[in-house]
Design a protein around this ligand. Structure first.
Ligand SMILES: Cc1cc2nc3c(=O)[nH]c(=O)nc-3n(C[C@H](O)[C@H](O)[C@H](O)COP(=O)(O)OP(=O)(O)OC[C@H]3O[C@@H](n4cnc5c(N)ncnc54)[C@H](O)[C@@H]3O)c2cc1C
Ligand code: FES
Length: 255
């Protein structure tokens, strides 16, 4: 897929809570057909110490409006600066980047598991799966009920399960301990979130022989395979998370 460097217009910057916001973006030309799991390298303007672009997943796409969305967690200076964007502002992106989640075969039982900003690529993945006739289950982890975001959007895709660390909604604890793993059968699990979460889900899938893909959030600089700062150790040798990933089969990762 051809990569673009493009100035997009911010249609809306919707604040979800203290930590998260959603940028809706539109371009002058037709947006590309995104594959689920792809990301953009976002330029942070107006800040001398955020020279490098920040990798952000494609969160949602509306081809009828020619817009797409990024769900962003304020983590540091770059994302803080992005959180200050207003409707009408311009944002420069290199996109679409990276590989994508693979599609299940007919009849497969699918679970999407996300925690933190890792829930971002799973909305578009879920919509994509639904458009292909699948009805995935979705398991999302949050710190507490006041931090739950985009719940209604995920509900449009499939059955949604939630964990909160304090038990204020859904099951108490982490996604890795949710009862779906003992009560429901899956042949495929797609996962994005903190490393420890993905490693635990990956180990579970290996043990149960379940197909599992994870989307890694390694630190990145160039995003196009030039700087090698995102290298990950795999059974196929060292691979770049930005061009060979961010999506990897857990069996390929030397975890
Ligand atoms: C392929 C990919 C897709 C991503 N998609 C999203 C997304 O959809 N939404 C979202 O909110 N975030 C996403 N991230 C994480 C996001 O890129 C970082 O949070 C962001 O670059 C931090 O920039 P900053 O300037 O705000 O923070 P910095 O000041 O650079 O760092 C602040 C803190 O965040 C940590 N951090 C920096 N980069 C990353 C990173 N890549 N992953 C995890 N922690 C990091 C730093 O170690 C530090 O502790 C993604 C990362 C990757 C690699
Ligand atoms: S970020 Fe530079 S090679 Fe991946």
């Amino acid at each position: 897929m051809t990569k673009r460097i493009e100035d997009l217009k911010v249609i809306e910057n919707k604040r979800l809570n203290n930590d998260f916001f959603v940028l809706e973006l539109a371009g002058d030309i037709k947006i590309p057909e995104f594959k689920p799991g792809q990301f953009a390298q976002v330029k942070v303007e107006g800040s001398s110490d955020t020279f490098l672009r920040r990798p952000i997943s494609i969160h949602d796409v509306d081809y009828s409006k020619n817009t797409f969305k990024l769900l962003i967690q304020v983590a540091g200076k770059g994302t803080k600066k992005l959180s200050e964007l207003k409707s009408g502002d311009s944002l420069n992106l290199i996109y679409p980047l990276g590989n994508s989640f693979s599609l299940p075969s007919d009849g497969e039982q699918v679970l999407l598991v996300g925690g933190g900003c890792g829930i971002a690529p799973l909305l578009y993945m879920g919509r994509y799966l639904k458009s292909k006739g699948f009805m995935p289950d979705i398991l999302l982890g949050f710190r507490n009920s006041s931090r739950i975001i985009e719940f209604d959007e995920y509900l449009k895709i499939g059955k949604v399960f939630v964990t909160t660390e304090d038990g204020s909604m859904g099951e108490k604890g982490y996604v890795t301990g949710h009862s779906v793993f003992s009560e429901r059968q899956y042949s495929r699990i797609y996962c994005c979130g903190p490393d420890n979460m993905m490693k635990t889900i990956g180990a579970y899938c290996k043990k149960k022989n379940i197909f599992c893909e994870v989307s890694l959030e390694n630190l990145m600089a160039c995003g196009i395979g030039a700087c090698l700062c995102c290298v990950v150790d795999t059974v196929k040798g060292n691979l770049c998370t930005c061009i060979d990933g961010p999506v990897f089969n857990v069996n390929d990762l030397k975890w």
